[in-house]
Design a protein around this ligand. Structure first.
Ligand code: PHE
Length: 460
């Protein structure tokens, strides 16, 4: 099919970088470590890796494939493909649900990204120098309990997102990720080096890679799957959107594998940088969303040149969050341009305003609206923020993923998927078909069943 009206990546590499920019973000560096911490370590990491391999990669291929075949926003793409494949127009529901999930995720994503912007300044002004465990905790506590400050940082981050989004896909975005992503990777390696020297590295590694399956509950498996969808940006149309800008002659399977590998590597490195510090300084592994803000400042505060490295790190983390946030907005922006005929600037501004307003809910849930509730026997706090997180990552994204897999695997003619994927060997294609038709949807479904306790009931 001809290129999208919104533009096209200049090359396969531009797509890989942009999609990696979408995938690598707060999910890898902020969320992955605290999920691992909350869910007991190694066994969770293992379940996570399995989810990436057998659910994430085939669904990512399906999303890119659908996007490139439709060449429009997810809502329109799904509608058009359903028509071509002679099936129900309600498949465009995938696009609608994805757009909703995108708004919900972006609303809290921007608040957390605001924290990282705030830490750029704390680090640059020497505020982290020789900071103690208690000092780091107090600094974080003061930030999140101050709604006005949070609102200011949240607003700044959202404005940054809208500006790049308004400028279109190729300008700005493509150029930015080209050198920011490698820089973030190198800096993470520096941090892991620090953790090896100053942290309790052996214990950190043991915690992350020693699988103790007694720690795995139904809730942990669901968390691992949700984290895989979130981290790979799957199930809400962001990757479908980016796939719609992919040149026709680029291979979907190799690009996808590269993106998933890079995303996983960054998450694992983040864990290796953080847990040794957690253990060396007697911090709590299950600190939740505050984990990196309580550990990394200690590391930067102690290492030589820490103010410099700390500032650089938080700047890069802001960029990583930025490239993800842009992709969260993109399906809605493209849809508004296609369907309503708005300019990109108008579309980006309005989408940004909606997400910004929703973000205020998250923001208050860290201070005035904080309450705790039960989820699978575990006590969760930060009420509405956590409810948004569970609703999007553990429910909406996997549900979107199942629907994408079922559509690509069952509803599309295999001649079409085969042509679009253009995998050279028959085995590769057969493997994708098997994973997409049976394995991925069945696993997501089973994990869902567990969510509602049906398995426990059947077996018990
Ligand atoms: N993958 C991003 C991260 O890890 C978040 C994201 C989710 C981006 C869904 C787009 C779509 O930070």
């Amino acid at each position: 099919m001809a290129a999208s009206i919104h533009g096209q990546w200049s090359s396969r590499w531009a797509f890989i970088l942009a999609a990696t920019g979408s995938a690598v973000g707060l999910g890898n560096i902020w969320r992955f470590p605290y999920m691992v911490g909350e869910n007991g370590g190694g066994a969770f990491v293992l379940v996570y890796l399995v989810c990436v391999a057998v659910i994430g990669i085939p669904i990512m291929m399906a999303e890119v494939l659908l996007g490139r075949r439709g060449r429009m926003s997810p809502i329109q793409t799904m509608g058009a493909l359903a028509r071509i494949e002679g099936t129900s127009p309600s498949w465009s529901l995938i696009g609608w649900m994805g757009m909703l999930a995108g708004f919900l995720i972006l609303s809290y994503y921007s608040v957390i990204a605001g924290w990282t912007v705030a830490y750029v300044f704390r680090s640059a002004s020497g505020g982290l120098d020789l900071i103690t465990k208690d000092g780091a905790g107090a600094m974080f506590g003061a930030l999140v309990s101050d709604p006005e400050k949070l609102l200011a940082w949240h607003t700044i981050f959202m404005v940054m997102t809208v500006i790049v989004s308004a400028r279109g896909v190729q300008h700005g975005l493509e150029k930015a990720v080209r050198f920011l992503m490698p820089a973030l990777f190198i800096l993470l390696l520096v941090l892991v080096g620090y953790a090896m020297n100053a942290g309790d590295f052996a214990r950190g590694v043991e915690f992350m890679f020693h699988a103790d399956f007694s720690k795995i509950t139904a809730g942990a498996v669901l968390d691992a799957m949700g984290q895989a969808f979130f981290s790979l940006s799957l199930g809400m149309g962001a990757i479908m959107m980016y796939g719609s800008y992919l040149p026709q002659d680029s291979s979907i399977s190799t690009t996808t594998a590269t993106i998933a590998l890079a995303d996983t590597a960054v998450a694992v490195l983040a864990g290796l940088a953080i847990f040794p510090i957690v253990f060396a300084f007697g911090l709590e592994v299950n600190a939740g969303p505050s984990l990196i803000f309580q550990t990394l400042p200690i590391a930067f505060g102690q290492m030589p040149g820490g103010a410099f490295f700390g500032t650089l790190f938080f700047v890069l983390l802001v960029f990583a969050a930025w490239t993800s946030a842009i992709s969260l907005l993109e399906p809605a922006v493209a849809w508004l341009v296609e369907k309503r005929g708005w300019t990109r600037i108008m579309a980006a501004a309005w989408a940004g305003i909606v997400a910004w307003a929703l973000g205020i809910v998250t923001l208050l849930s860290f201070s005035s609206w904080d309450f705790s509730f039960h989820f699978f026997g575990s006590q969760k706090s930060n009420g509405l923020f956590t409810i948004f997180e569970i609703l999007t990552n553990n429910i909406m994204l996997p549900l979107g993923g199942i629907l994408i897999a079922v559509f690509a695997g069952w509803k599309m003619a295999s001649a079409h998927t085969r042509e679009e994927l253009a995998i050279g060997n028959d085995f590769g294609y057969a493997l994708w078909v098997t994973l997409t038709r049976f394995v991925a949807p069945a696993l997501v479904f089973l994990i869902f069943l567990n969510l509602f306790g049906v398995l426990d009931w059947l077996l018990g």
